[in-house]
Design a protein around this ligand. Structure first.
Ligand SMILES: Nc1ncnc2c1ncn2[C@@H]1O[C@H](COP(=O)(O)OP(=O)(O)OP(=O)(O)O)[C@@H](O)[C@H]1O
Ligand SMILES: [Mg+2]
Length: 360
């Protein structure tokens, strides 16, 4: 039995009870009222038989009136309740239909039932959910496209070199092998990055925050990078207020965030440049700014740099080995540790990434 019939029958049941009670009440009251009235007008003497007749006639008349009246009432109410129950259940039926289509992969479907009642709110929540599913599906599609594109490029290079070697058009020398090895390494790194990012986004990466002395934590990351900075002719300056504060963070994740920001600064700052790491206190948070005076990021790219696989200059970065995942990872890590990350930049002038972590 569907909801419409169930609602309809429940209305009918209520009506039947109402009509039954009404009939008995009207009948009893009407007969008593009529006989009282007649007794008053005719007086008490010798009118017993006549009273009995009138009482019988009135009773029968009232019965008939109740019967027809109730019948008409029930028919009218049945029609009304059938229409009203349809009005309530139609959007539910539509929702079931839309849910089926969404489940079948048609994410454009919406119920679009606008009313302020519970059903309207349910429909709005349903549409909202369908919207979220559509967005997730779009992200998934786009991600799959990007991943396959990212994988195809090094694969094509490897295949090209191999074919060239077989055809004898590419020289079988160490330089060639090194190129092939580099592309294979890039593929490996890409897979590791994707794996790491998906674990992170699924919340599978465990974060064990503890009290961390900022000065030492920074030095652990900076020390191994100093030779690379010197080699690229870049100055690296670290500053921290005295006393340098403690943060509440996972040491490995902290190192990953800072390490990625510094390796970006290293890659995107020409020789002779300056990279600064500045620590400042911001209430209950500690801010870490990594600033360079390198190539900068154009304003139109700025809102996208934290997106997975986003690179401002695809060709340059891919030859440099970056997959465009580092900042997405840094953002997810900072947020999982109760912090945040943001960027300011001016193309051709400077880039400053600032991440905030809770103070210990
Ligand atoms: N300091 C910077 N100066 C200029 N551009 C930057 C800087 N940091 C990041 N970018 C831009 O943002 C993009 C994304 O950075 P991200 O760290 O996410 O990826 P990547 O460094 O290219 O690759 P990965 O970190 O995964 O190896 C970079 O490709 C670059 O275009
Ligand atoms: Mg990077």
């Amino acid at each position: 039995m569907n909801t419409r019939w169930r609602l309809f029958l429940s209305y009918v049941a209520v009506m039947v009870v109402l009509v039954a009670v009404l009939s008995f009440a009207v009948r009893g009251l009407a007969v008593r009222a009529v006989s009282n009235h007649m007794a008053g007008t005719m007086g008490m003497g010798g009118a017993g038989t006549m009273m009995g007749d009138v009482e019988g006639a009135v009773g029968a008349g009232v019965n008939e009136a109740i019967l027809w009246g109730a019948l008409a009432g029930v028919v009218a109410a049945a029609i009304a309740s059938y229409l009203v129950s349809g009005w309530i259940t139609r959007p539910l039926g539509r929702m079931a239909e839309v849910a089926d289509r969404v489940a079948a992969g048609d994410f454009q479907q919406r119920v679009s039932h606008e009313s302020g009642d519970e059903i309207g709110r349910f429909a709005a929540a349903f549409d909202n959910m369908a919207g979220q599913l559509q967005k997730t599906e779009e992200v998934r599609q786009e991600l799959l496209g990007t991943i396959s594109h990212e994988i195809r490029t090094p694969l094509a290079t490897i295949e090209g070199y191999m074919q060239g070697l077989m055809d004898g058009v590419v020289a079988a020398e160490p330089k060639t092998y090194e190129l092939v090895r580099r592309e294979a390494a890039r593929l490996g790194r890409l897979v590791t990055d994707i794996e790491r990012l998906s674990r992170l986004e699924a919340g599978a990466e465990t974060i064990t925050p503890r009290k961390l002395a900022v000065a030492e934590a920074i030095e652990t990351v900076v020390a191994p990078l100093r030779p690379q900075f010197a080699h690229s002719d870049l100055s690296l300056a670290v500053s921290c207020p005295d006393p340098c504060p403690d943060v509440w963070a996972d040491p490995d994740k902290f190192a990953q965030i800072l390490g990625n920001l510094l390796s970006n600064a290293l890659r995107f700052t020409p020789a002779g440049g300056l990279v600064k790491v500045d620590v400042t206190l911001r209430g209950a948070l500690v801010a870490f700014a990594v600033e360079d005076n390198g190539v900068g990021i154009p304003a139109e790219d700025l809102p996208h740099v934290f997106e997975r696989f986003y690179r401002v200059d695809k060709s340059r970065s891919s030859s440099g080995g970056g997959s465009g995942i580092g900042l997405a990872v840094a953002k997810a890590l900072a947020e999982q540790m109760g912090g945040s990350i943001n960027v300011e930049s001016l193309a051709g002038s400077y880039t400053r990434f600032t991440f905030l972590l809770p103070r210990a």
